[in-house]
Design a protein around this ligand. Structure first.
Ligand code: ADP
Ligand code: MG
Length: 467
């Protein structure tokens, strides 16, 4: 396929350019209409994107049809340790612009497609990463509403009352994955629809660029073509008044024409500071759904799914250990899995509990300066003059029970551990015990002045440590 492409390219550009820019390219693979080529450097890749994007689009379209895509793998020179340079393939996934029919405001999408009044939609790229699907988006209590709303929208874009659909949640909880899954799903079942994924940051930059180059009208026209607009991380629009105004018009137009709008944000709309009221009120027209930190079972399922996907066997006790230890967000969990896989292959060792503990060591050290469970348990045990072990033991002695309950109370307040995980770290108690403890302590604070003072004293220690 690549040879055919080269043939066409050769006919279209000068010999010198061909030698310089196309001969060094190595075809790597062709899978599901995605042709991957290897280029010698980042600069090389940028040059191709800048100067030959239209030509590349054309040949890919000729060879692979409208589904055809091109991805780059870039060789990175990392000769900084004195050894001979290493080559590393960067998966294109990490380079968002690496898909050929990506648009650059000043080039491909604004000028060329718009000069001709008939726009070939096959050349419009959705900017979607096909790796994000519903199939590999694990469902759990933490994401049930958001996921099913997303699924409904994917099946009936623009016609449900979930328009706009706004997904919010903290970093690494799966916002981008979910909205991309919506986009991919729609695109697969409605190839004629123009789905566009754009980060708010990119939207802002494109807009600024279009102002600079006097292309604002083209910018707007382009967005008005979209059937399903997915705009990620809208908190980034805050304070950018001119861009917001443009977005407001695009939003209104699309919404009125029954086009679907999907948005994400890192906080609920009411907390989006620096966003115009009229825009915020639009967000409320549809459905707002949040993503929570994944609970223990969901984390287990995510680990299992990821490992399965990579064809890696991992013992159940390791899955459990990881799910208990990493309970912040999915991205962090994935990071741990990657470093675990790396260590296993570097040391040529099977993945077991020992290796998992090693892989987690640096993360656990990282949080040493924070108020973590260990610190809370130690501090509380000391304060109540009971032993650390007794907090985790079965004893029902009154002073130990109190100390244990207080420690759980602070664990809930100062760490991001789930109730389940807190219970686990207190000798394998279940989450209802933790709830009960937190409740008991809260009640005591309200009724017992002396107790309240002790709690405040402890609280001060943790607050100082937390900074
Ligand atoms: P956000 O956009 O909220 O910061 P991402 O969507 O980028 O988070 O998710 C971070 C990583 O976690 C991604 O690799 C994503 O695939 C993965 N992930 C998040 N939620 C889930 C889930 N429910 N099931 C499987 N993978 C998930
Ligand atoms: Mg994201």
């Amino acid at each position: 396929v690549w040879n055919n492409c080269l043939q066409v390219i050769k006919e279209n550009i000068g010999e010198q350019s061909f030698k310089t820019w196309f001969e060094p390219i190595k075809p790597v693979s062709l899978r599901d209409s995605v042709l991957t080529i290897q280029v010698p450097s980042q600069f090389f890749y940028e040059w191709l994107e800048e100067h030959y994007v239209q030509l590349l689009k054309k040949v890919i379209y000729q060879e692979l049809g409208s589904e055809g895509r091109l991805e780059y793998s870039i060789i990175v020179d990392r000769g900084n340790d004195g050894n001979k340079p290493q080559t590393v393939n960067i998966p294109t996934k990490r380079i968002p612009a690496a898909v050929v029919n990506s648009y650059k405001p000043e080039q491909s999408f604004i000028k060329s497609p718009f000069e001709s009044k008939t726009i070939d939609r096959n050349f419009l790229n959705s900017q979607l990463n096909p790796a994000y699907t519903f199939e590999n988006y694990i469902e759990g209590d933490c994401n049930r509403l958001a996921r099913s709303a997303g699924y409904a929208v994917a099946n009936k874009p623009g016609t449900t009352s979930f328009n706009p659909l706004m997904i919010y949640g903290g970093v690494g909880l799966g916002k981008t994955h979910l909205v991309q899954a919506i986009g991919n799903n729609i695109k697969n079942s409605n190839p004629e629809k123009f789905v566009l994924y754009v980060s708010s940051e990119k939207f802002v930059n494109q807009f600024i660029e279009s102002v600079k180059t006097n292309n604002v009208q083209d910018f707007a026209n382009f967005y008005l073509l979209v059937d399903i607009l997915i705009i990620d991380d809208v908190q980034f629009l805050s304070g950018k008044d001119k861009t917001q105004e443009m977005f407001f018009h695009i939003f209104n137009h699309l919404h009125q024409s029954g086009k679907q709008i999907v948005m994400t944000s890192d906080c609920p709309p009411r907390d989006l500071k620096g966003l115009e009221e009229r825009l915020l009120s639009r967000f409320k027209w549809g459905l707002t759904a949040d993503l929570q930190s994944p609970d223990f079972e969901t984390r287990m399922a995510i680990i299992q799914k990821k490992m399965q996907g990579d064809g890696i066997d991992i013992p159940d006790n390791v899955v459990e250990y990881l799910a208990y230890s990493v309970d912040t967000n999915v991205r962090e969990l994935e990071g741990v899995l990657i470093s675990l896989i790396a260590q296993s292959s570097l040391n040529r060792k099977e993945i077991d509990l020992e290796l998992a503990k090693q892989a987690l060591k640096h993360i656990i050290e990282d949080v040493e300066t924070e108020v973590n469970l260990d610190f809370i348990q130690k501090t509380v045990a000391e304060y109540f003059q009971v032993s650390l072990d007794s907090l985790k033991a079965k004893t029902r002695k009154k002073e130990i029970v109190t100390a244990r309950q207080v420690a759980m109370y602070f664990a809930k307040e100062f760490t991001s551990h789930s109730l389940k995980s807190i219970g686990y770290h207190f000798g394998g108690r279940d989450h209802s015990t933790v709830i009960h403890s937190v409740q008991t302590v809260s009640d005591l604070i309200d009724t017992d002045k002396k107790f309240k003072a002790s709690i405040q004293e402890l609280q001060k220690k943790f607050k100082t440590k937390a900074g």
